[in-house]
Write a protein of this length. Sequence first.
Length: 263
Amino acid sequence: VTGGNRGIGYCVVQQLVQQFDGNIILTARSDEQGEAACRSLNVGGRVEYHKLDVTSNDSIHELTLHVQEKYGGLDILVNNAGILKKESSGTSYARKAEDCVKTNFFGMLDVYNSMYPLLKEQARIVNVSSTMGSLKIVHPSLALQFISPKLTVRQCVNLMQAYIRDVKNGRVAENGWPVEKLKVHNPAYSVSKLGVTALTSILARQLQRDGREGILVNAVCPGWCRTDIGGPCAPRSADKGAESVVQLALLPQGTSNPNGQLV
């Protein structure tokens, strides 16, 4: 579980402890916070902490080697790690947008690509997304690209890179992206989650051609929850939001649906 030291990620780990028989790896960028989260769970050796910065290829590689050497494979991958830089964070909007997409989209993709060879038959991948990343936030011409059944990973990556360039060059509105004053969260966050949802559909199509049977990948919107990202006024608890994540992570063996969906 990436980003498992707090918020929805922590609640996902808590619920997996109760419902999943295997070992669980809780990851976080901070050793102090990750180790503290493991101690607070108080479940002995079933949950272990491992450092992971999803924006660092070296960090991802170290985790992958650890999983391979200690466990030999992976039953469940929950891509939960994500950021939302508030307007008051004192960083330029272009930098905030780049950091957001790099973490939420490219971080998820890099973790998936690294862990892909370790996925067991009937493995479950859950990518935490958001309905804020809906097709409505972009121009219809862009929306058509995101929902195309022929969209490839490379093309999806190109769209995300184009967004970052357009933010830097001041061509966001001109090229069909949401403007900075969008009346939701940071528009970069919304675009990053639109990318995650689109990518999930692509990965599902690819996995259907994989030699390993029954691997499912879905995106999930846990709702507006009381977390560091959601804030204290959100109507749902992090524990409630985690329930939908865990439900997808524990889809019974032999299940074929949902797959490639935003749930």
